[in-house]
Ligand binder design. Structure first.
Ligand SMILES: Cc1ncc(COP(=O)(O)O)c(C=O)c1O
Length: 387
């Protein structure tokens, strides 16, 4: 059966060059980077080189990069670490309604511990307003955490403007840049960010490795204790093959980024035009300010889950706007925050294209999807054509 993978926002395949770079660090160069003899020094050198690559990709200094197990940990560390370090100054944190749960739930956990959290609304396109943020800022605000680009609808936030505002007010600004790496220019100085999270498997690197950028001078408390690794902020023996893989992946993802994204965007637009030609469909997210590979649509009178299963039978992998990862079929909090009703949110599909997708694959999706939608609608008691 054909296999068409269109869920690159969930994860990406490991790039062959990344795999090749990692391999020796499982078998040959297996030393502990903290050991002083040669094989340990080799591992240390590899970790140092990877740190330089990550820093270079972000316009940062190598000592500002902390390796973690992925963006979930980076987001937790950034938010909890700032809250703990700055609680003497104030206990107010600002985030927004369409953040990933790794940010939202961390903020809500802090709320239970006595912090005050403002969750900014978004507009119909999933955009946060800088004016709303400015109004929400208080004397006691210690942290603003707002993502660079949304993982579900692909909307790109006004990150540099938010960063500038926070910088003027002396407030720490964290951004979850997971979906932006390799798709948008990410320079920590141009964006005025103090903390930035990323995860390697979203840009053709390995799973279980990520990083947190921590601007020099930013106060951050650790909640892990043990060794002196990662400046004691994230102690524990380094995941050397993973770190090497992250370094290689970010280097590849940020090289020839514009050409790659131009090609992906053209395919995405073809898919968009074809899908929106199906009656009773709508685009979710911003028409222009969106990630090049993201297409999120609502297909009315069908359940997103039924669509996913039918597409899966045809070898096509996409995801829906239901929070199926949490084991519930509740509609996505992102789509609801954008004002979609439950039914429209339930019928949503997310296609996220990547480097290897071809025009032929898009043609195949556009061939099978209308048939699937027509079949599911023919069984729907709510579809107006059946009334
Ligand atoms: C925006 C965003 N933040 C955080 C994460 C969590 O990343 P990880 O699962 O690699 O920790 C994801 C993954 O889906 C994401 O899309």
């Amino acid at each position: 059966m054909r296999k068409v993978y269109l869920d690159h926002a969930a994860t990406t395949p490991l790039h062959t060059e990344v795999f090749a770079a990692m391999k020796p660090y499982f078998t040959e160069h297996y030393g502990n980077p903290s050991s002083v003899y040669a094989i340990g020094r080799e591992a240390r050198k590899a970790v140092d080189e990877a740190r330089e690559k990550v820093a270079a990709a972000l316009g940062a200094e190598p000592q500002e990069i902390i390796f973690t197990s992925g963006a979930t940990e980076s987001n937790n560390l950034a938010i909890r670490g700032t809250a703990r370090a700055l609680q003497h100054k104030g206990k107010h944190i600002i985030t927004c309604a369409v953040e990933h749960h790794a940010v939202l739930d961390t903020c809500l956990a802090l709320q239970k511990e006595g912090f005050e959290v403002t969750v900014l609304p978004v507009d119909e396109y999933g955009l946060v307003s800088v004016k709303d943020l400015e109004t929400a800022l208080r004397e006691q605000t210690i942290l603003v955490t707002i993502m660079m680009a949304n993982n579900e609808v692909g909307t790109v936030m006004p990150t540099a403007e938010i960063g500038r505002l926070c910088q003027e007010r002396g407030i720490v600004f964290h951004t979850d840049a997971v979906q932006a790496i390799g798709k948008l220019p990410v320079d920590v100085n141009e964006l005025h960010v103090d903390l930035l999270s990323l995860s390697a498997h979203k840009f053709y690197g390995p799973k279980g490795i990520g990083a947190l950028y921590v601007r020099k001078g930013t106060r951050l408390s650790s909640y892990h204790f043990g060794g002196a690794q990662e400046r004691k902020i994230r102690p524990g023996t380094e995941n050397v093959p993973g770190i090497v893989g992250l370094g290689k992946a970010i280097e590849l993802a940020t090289s020839q980024m514009e050409e790659k994204n131009k090609r992906i965007k053209a395919l995405r637009d073809k898919l968009k035009d074809g899908v929106l030609a199906i009656p009773h469909t709508r685009l979710n997210g911003h028409p222009e300010r969106r990630l090049p590979g993201n297409l999120n649509v609502s297909i009315l009178y069908v359940e997103g889950e039924s669509l996913i299963l039918s597409l899966d039978l045809k070898g096509i992998a996409v995801s829906s706007g239901s929070a199926c990862t949490s084991g519930s079929l509740d509609p996505s909090h992102v789509l609801l925050a954008m004002g979609l009703d439950h039914q429209t949110a339930h019928g949503s599909l997310r296609f996220t294209l990547g480097d290897d997708n071809t025009e032929e694959e898009i043609d195949y999706v556009l061939e099978v999807l209308p048939e699937i939608v027509a079949r599911l609608r023919s069984m729907s008691p709510v579809y107006e054509g059946n009334k």
